[in-house]
Write a protein that binds this ligand. Sequence first.
Ligand SMILES: [Zn+2]
Length: 107
Amino acid sequence: MAKQQQTRRKHIPQRTCIACREVAGKRGLIRLVRTPEGVQIDLTGKKLAGRGAYLHPQQRCWRRALENRRVEQALRTKLSAADRERLETFMATLPDSEVESTTEGEA
Ligand SMILES: [Zn+2]
């Protein structure tokens, strides 16, 4: 049952959403960073130093990542109450759509 995992990693400019495991260009994902002040949301693109994790800008991915502790696993840290609150507050601003809106005219 033990899956052989390749330890060799190629340098690819794509990132994986820690919730749904879908790969996307890093511009399509939001980066979370573990900093000395806790887990921050890196929206500046300035690349805050620290261990990072990526999530789609969709509530369902954030919710899943928070519920499954994937954020904590990915960042190898414990979310404090303040961290969790910060992430949940941010999550509330994200769209909750299950599917990308198509070019369907919605008048
Ligand atoms: Zn995702």
